[in-house]
Structure formats: C-alpha cells, structure tokens
Design a protein around this ligand. Structure first.
Ligand code: BG6
Length: 543
C-alpha cells in the first residue's frame, strides 16, 4: 500500500507552525526548524505492463486516468515497457486520440484551482506517454474486437496486462465475459504467467442482489486476486492517512472506543448540484451514489480493528468485519431530502433530464450502529448531499464529556465536547476542539481549536487521486481496492432501506438549495440529544 506517497516530497519542504488557538496568533516556527519527518519513500517503478482502457474516449479517461498516468510518468514510476491501448466505439487515429488527451491535460494544468501540475506540463513526460498510446476501434459487445485485442496483446510477447473498464456499469458483465472467453484473463497454469488484472469502478450493483450477481459473473472469468474494484475515495491521501493517524500515533487508539467516544459524524456535502448528470441521478439517487460505498469506506477506516500488518488481506479483512457488524438499517434510521429552489439555485426537478415529479433523493442522512465490542452503543451519523451550504468531506469524532467538573460555577454541560475532525476535502488536515483556561484572574474555561494542515508541512504534489490506485494495481497491491465480500456486506446492511418491507416508499423532504439539508435530518440526531456540526461554520482562523 502506497501510504508513504504523501510524504514523498517532504524532505525539501519548508515547515510552518500550523496550530492556531481560535483566533489567537500562533508564533511562526523558526525557519531553521525541521520539516515534517518522512520515512524513505518507495519509488520503484511499476512492472512493465500494457494498460488496456475500455472507454478510451470517455470522461473518466480524460479527467482522471490520463492525468494520473501522466503524473506517474513525470515521477518516473512507470516502466519503459509500459504501453497504453485505448478501446472505444468508432474509428479514430491514434494521433487524434492523443491530441484530445493532451488538450485535456493542458486545460487541467491551466486550472489554478486543480491540484494537477498547476502551471505547466512537462513536455518530456507527455511525449513519453504519447509514444506509448495506441487507439483501437472496437465494439465492447462484439467478439471480433477481443480477437483483435488478443492479436495486439499476444502478437509479439505476451506480457502483463491491466484491463481498465472506464465504461458505464452496463458493460461490466459483457466485457469481463468476453475477455474471459477470449482467454485474455488467463494467468497461466497456477497463476505463474504474466499478470492479467481487471479494474472496475463503482457502481458495483444497485442493491444486494445485483451486487451478488455482478460479483458472481466477474468471478466466473477472473479470480478475486485479479479484480481491482475502485472506490476513488480510497485514492485520496487524506483518506489513507486515517490509518496513519490511528496506527502511527500512540495517543488515539486508547480513546478509540465506546468508553471514550460519544458519537461519530461522517459528512460528504457538496455545493454543486447534479451538474448535467440528471439521467444518472434519476436512477441512482444520493444514497446509492454515496452511502454504501464512499461513506462506508470512511466508516471502515475509522472503525476497523487494528490489522496485524498492512498486508492487503489483513487490512481488507478488518474493514469487512466492520461492514459485517453493521446493524441492518431500517427506514427509521434514514432521512432522504431533495433540493428545492433556494439561495443557491434552482431545484432538482428543474434540472435537465430530471422528471418534473421526481422523488429521487439528492440528500441522505443515516444513523448507523456497529454491533461489536469496541463500538456497541456509539452512533455513527452519516450524511451526504448536493447543493448544500458548503463543500465538506470530513469525519468528526466526538469524545464523551468529562464526568465531573472541578471548576466552581461552571456546570459540566456548558463545556464544549472534545471533537477530533479529520478533514478530507476541500481542506486537508485535522482539527481538534478542546478547552483551556481563558487568560485573566478568573478561572474560566474557553473552547479553542488546534489545526494541522497538510499544506503547512508538505509541498503540494500533483495528484488527481488515481495515481496511487493505478500504481498499486500495477504493483499488485490490493489494499486500497474493494473485495467482493466487503461490497456484499455493505449492500446487505442497507438493503432494508432500498427495499423497505411492504414496499413503503421512503418520504423525501425538501430542503432549500444552499441550506444545511432537511430539518428532518436534524430531528434524526435531536432524538438522540445530538446535533450535526454545521456545514457553514467558519474554519478556525490561521495566522
Ligand atoms: C462520485 C459520485 O462517486 O463521487 C458523485 O458519483 C460525487 O456524485 C463524487 O459528486 C464525489 O467525489 P469527490 O471526490 O468530488 O468528493
């Protein structure tokens, strides 16, 4: 697992103090202070392989795969023997495909807001990629395309191949089946030949039955060790660093349990609406789009038991155990919402490709319980939605209040609770809310917040979030990829919401575009005597 990527550039980083107590000015760390210490980075290039991208002309290839391959090339993490074959419907010259990809890269690099090589591209790295591209026209459901592909792959020397399905979910089954039937997923007797891997993106089904069906189908043609199922949240450095925070520091694990933790909130809120994806959203909705996959992956990282090693199976076993321990959700545990027109724009039903009477949810909140020794009785509150008050992907771990207060005239329940917040997007770091004595002769308690920001300690490095995933796949490290049993356990936990008993449809409550979400989601927590952390809150001032 490439957990040391984030610290790769740190040796040369200038460091600055990042702790800021509320609005107080924190002293700057002197320039001579050491930068954040980094373990030696693993920099071995991936083994030689041919990457076959189905969906070469699609958005995913342009927006994420090619930029990630470019970054890996610029970092010299790809082998000289790397080749990239793009398969798509429609005749096209390789040159035209390559020019198209290059234009998209230039656009990303010019976008100041992106973390992708802001400023300029390295021509040498792009030429390196461009020389390795081949475009192949092919219909994903036509056997002859796979015969052509086999000729291309096996023609000279059969080698390692990664098949990347950057296509709509309806093609997962037909492509894996045809690859299998054409012998292209065969790794030799006892798996001792060159590797053959299959990368699939979410959605892995739309409920338990369809997820099982997809897994069964794919596993007919490939072994589990060949299947790399991507949840792009696991490609984020800040998500991977949840494990580092928990297991590379002695201070957190002792409190990471029901005796000390009151509750956990996991949020993935967006300000954007459905952004032209109305057709997709009408079939999917916020819950299926985000909860049993992205939010559950965050839940798994936060709640899993310490693995014995960072071996892929050790980590994945522990994560799957969390999903298996989830109490099945019932309709009473969730609240669905849909944005109506508000300060931030038009309502969902006025978006293109959305039915005028649509009751599809664009917001989902859920209360989840993990039935195991560590977490019994600790609620995990999950929420996600479009067109909300702020973009915020984060996990807040709220500790229990102190049992007794020493300070006269200060009732315990007026003390703010300690909250550790892991900020994943758009800011990257951690914040900790705690209490101090306020300055002055009177013994008074005040709440402050201490923050750590990645930018303060580490030089920004170009990253679209897929670099680690592609690199790990080429190396054969499945730690950050989902296993069939984990996917099915996650769907099993939510099936009661997707198919409620007696088919009673869940109500979908309106919320104003740009707001904190539907009031009924507040009520979900209020029933437990708790409240959501506001989305629109100000970040602690950094000085
Ligand atoms: C995708 C969902 O998987 O994740 C989108 O389909 C969502 O609806 C996106 O916007 C969020 O990802 P990120 O990385 O932008 O937080």
């Amino acid at each position: 697992m490439s957990t040391n990527h984030s610290s790769r550039d740190s040796a040369n980083d200038a460091s600055r103090a990042s702790s800021a107590a509320a609005s107080k000015k924190a002293p700057d760390r002197p320039h001579s202070a050491p930068s954040a210490a980094a373990l030696p980075a693993r920099k071995q290039p991936a083994p030689p392989c041919t990457l076959v991208i189905f969906g070469a002309g699609g958005d995913l290839t342009k927006r994420l795969l090619m930029p990630a391959l470019y970054t890996l090339a610029a970092d010299r993490l790809l082998d000289e023997g790397t080749k990239i074959i793009g398969v798509n419907h429609g005749e096209r010259e390789t040159k035209a495909w390559s020019d198209d990809l290059h234009a998209a890269l230039l656009k990303f690099a010019a976008d100041k807001a992106s973390t992708f090589h802001a400023g300029k591209l390295d021509d040498e790295a792009w030429d390196w990629i461009a020389q390795r591209l081949t475009y192949m026209a092919g219909d994903f459901e036509d056997d002859t395309a796979y015969e052509c592909l086999a000729q291309q792959l096996n023609g000279k020397s059969p080698g390692n191949v990664v098949f990347y399905l950057a296509v709509g979910a309806r093609f997962f089954k037909p492509i894996s089946e045809r690859l299998g039937n054409a012998g292209l997923l065969h790794e030799g007797k006892d798996g001792d030949g060159p590797f053959r891997r299959l990368v699939i993106e979410k959605p892995f089904g739309a409920d338990l039955a369809s997820a099982r069906d997809l897994n069964r189908h794919v596993l007919r043609y490939a072994n589990e060790s060949q299947v790399y199922r991507i949840d792009h949240f696991l490609g984020k450095d800040t998500v991977q660093s949840i494990l580092a925070l928990r297991f590379a520091n002695a201070m957190f694990e002792p409190v990471w349990r029901r005796e000390c933790i009151d509750s956990v909130q996991i949020t993935a809120s967006e300000v954007i609406g459905v952004e032209g994806r109305g057709r997709f959203y009408e079939q999917t909705g916020a819950f299926r789009d985000m909860v049993p996959n992205h939010l559950f992956q965050l839940l798994g990282m936060i709640a899993m038991e310490p693995p014995n090693s960072f071996d892929a199976e050790a980590v994945r076993n522990k994560k799957v155990e969390v999903f298996e321990a989830l109490e099945p959700l019932t309709p009473a545990d969730v609240v669905f919402g849909q944005y109506a027109s508000g300060p931030a724009g038009v309502g969902y039903r006025e978006e293109p490709d959305v039915a005028k009477e649509s009751r599809v949810e664009t917001y989902a909140a859920a209360r989840v319980h993990i039935d195991n020794w560590r977490w019994a009785g600790v609620p995990f509150y999950l929420r996600t939605g479009k067109r909300l008050a702020a973009r915020r992907t984060e996990i807040s771990v709220q500790l229990k209040r102190v049992p007794f207060l020493l300070f006269r005239d200060t009732p315990v329940d007026t003390l703010a609770a300690n909250v550790l917040t892991l900020r994943i997007d758009p800011t990257h770091g951690t914040s900790f809310d705690f209490n101090v004595k306020t300055p002055g002769p009177v013994m008074q308690i005040g709440a402050v917040c201490s923050t750590f920001d990645y930018d303060d300690f580490f030089a920004a490095h170009a990253n679209v979030g897929y670099e680690t995933l592609l690199y790990d796949c080429m190396l054969g490290d499945q730690t950050l990829f989902l296993r069939a049993d984990g996917i099915e356990a996650a769907w099993a936990a939510v099936d009661g919401v997707l198919h409620p008993e007696h088919d009673a449809a869940l109500r979908v409550y309106d919320y104003a575009a740009g707001s904190e979400g539907p009031a009924q989601a507040d009520a979900l927590l209020a029933r437990d005597g708790r409240a959501w952390r506001p989305l629109a809150r100000a970040e602690p001032t950094k000085t």
